[in-house]
Design a binder for this molecule. Structure first.
Ligand SMILES: *Cc1c(COP(=O)(O)O)cnc(C)c1O
Length: 394
């Protein structure tokens, strides 16, 4: 079925997307663009991908009715438990799929960027599983604030290269990865979100779509209907949201809410609320909405959560924003911290700081009593314990 939310043949969602890359990368990107749909739709890929998702990742992840959270907010709130995936977040759905595609294309060397380290760990994991060489670029600041994930990547055999430019976070790690890719075009760039040059945004969305594929039958089982009223997900680059929204994009009666990180406040100058602050521009090979000054220089983003600390959103999300198909909200550092502690206290689930932003908007919405809400619980909070410890002591 053709959806207006699927990209055209050049990788555009409306005016957003495309592949703005140097000449040297054209053969590789074209090879991927020419083959990824056929590979993903092949029976051989589907069999291997679905088997790994089940036996290795631990899918399907539960769709859990959070009763006490529901009582508090006066709605039926379900949590899609991506935090229970192997390696602790949704990122592995994508890396398992891309590593199979890389192998199919005969690639042996994998590179990746990472913010919170979750994508780096998920990439290093599948490289260990398949015996492929793995190099991960990570901002120097993130290497410090997400130290346990650095150890994990090294144990898994990956080389971790610090990005020392700019704000030393995700954007800078991505710049370094792209620079390396240009110098080594034979490597496979295993991008961690629905960002980058086409076909990456669409490829990653298709690989994360398993989230909403499962939601459909799980909701049918639990509520009698495949469709919820509302889906809420946090947005860094946008992959967990893309996965949770994917099979509902054309069902306009399902409200989609994307939550960005407001940092110290949307207008504080220390934020990553891209849709509210951004304009159309080009970042990391794709035309999208990004935070920039009047000279087109990228504004350094800020968020307490490394996974949301990114000045752009993927082109699909820029299109969802522009068309109004998704509603964009934001949560500050403080609101996210409060929400993380609340979920832990009343449901016994410690969420990732990124995920906590999605939870934080519950307080900003008035629900109907019978409203069915799904929150995509993108990851678990182990990696954020140092920040949670500080909050506990404050
Ligand atoms: C990486 C990450 C995010 C943000 O990335 P998206 O591509 O927007 O999903 C959100 N939550 C968790 C737990 C993450 O690891």
């Amino acid at each position: 079925m053709k959806s207006k939310f699927h990209p055209d043949k050049n990788g555009y969602f409306g005016q957003f997307g495309g592949a703005f890359i140097p000449e040297l990368l054209h053969p590789n990107v074209k090879e991927l663009a020419d083959n990824y749909v056929q590979i993903i739709e092949s029976e051989e890929f589907q069999t291997e991908y679905k088997s790994l998702l089940k036996e290795y990742v631990g899918r399907p992840t539960p769709l859990y009715l959070a009763q006490r959270l529901s009582d508090k907010h006066g709605a039926h709130i379900y949590l899609k438990r991506e935090d229970l995936c192997h390696t602790g977040a949704h990122k592995i759905n994508n890396t398992v799929g891309q590593i199979l595609i890389a192998k199919k294309l005969g690639k042996t060397k994998i590179i990746a960027e990472t913010g919170a380290g979750q994508h780096g760990v998920a990439t290093a994991t599948v490289c260990a599983l398949m015996g492929l060489e793995c190099t991960v670029f990570m901002g120097e600041k993130d290497i410090v604030r997400q130290a346990p994930n650095v150890t994990r990547m090294k144990m898994l055999g990956a080389k971790v290269i610090p990005a020392t430019s700019g704000s030393k976070t995700l954007k800078d790690a991505t710049n370094e990865a792209i620079r390396y890719w240009i110098q080594h075009p034979e490597t496979f760039y295993l991008i961690g979100s629905v960002v980058g040059p086409a076909p990456h945004p669409d490829m990653v969305a298709r690989l994360q779509a398993i989230i909403s594929e499962e939601m459909k039958w799980q909701l049918k089982e639990k509520t009698g209907k495949e469709n919820p009223d509302t889906i809420i997900a946090c947005v860094g680059g946008g992959s967990n949201a893309a996965g949770a929204f994917y099979h509902y994009l054309d069902d306009e009666d399902v409200e989609l809410i994307a939550v960005e990180a407001a940092g110290l406040g949307v207008h504080s100058g220390e934020s990553a609320a891209t849709s509210q602050l951004g304009q159309v521009g080009i970042i990391h090979g794709s035309k999208t909405i990004l935070m920039q000054d009047k000279y087109g220089q990228i504004v350094e983003p800020y968020s307490i959560s490394a996974g949301l600390d990114y000045p752009g959103v993927g082109p699909l999300h820029a299109f969802l924003y522009e068309t109004g198909r998704a509603k964009f909200m934001s949560a500050t550092d403080q609101e996210a911290l409060d929400a993380a502690f609340e979920l832990t206290k009343i449901e016994g689930i410690i969420p990732a700081l990124e995920t906590a932003h999605a939870l934080a908007v519950l307080d900003k919405i008035t629900f109907r009593k019978d409203q069915v809400v799904v929150i995509n619980l993108s990851g678990r909070g182990d990696k954020d314990l140092e920040i949670y410890t500080k909050y506990l002591e404050a």
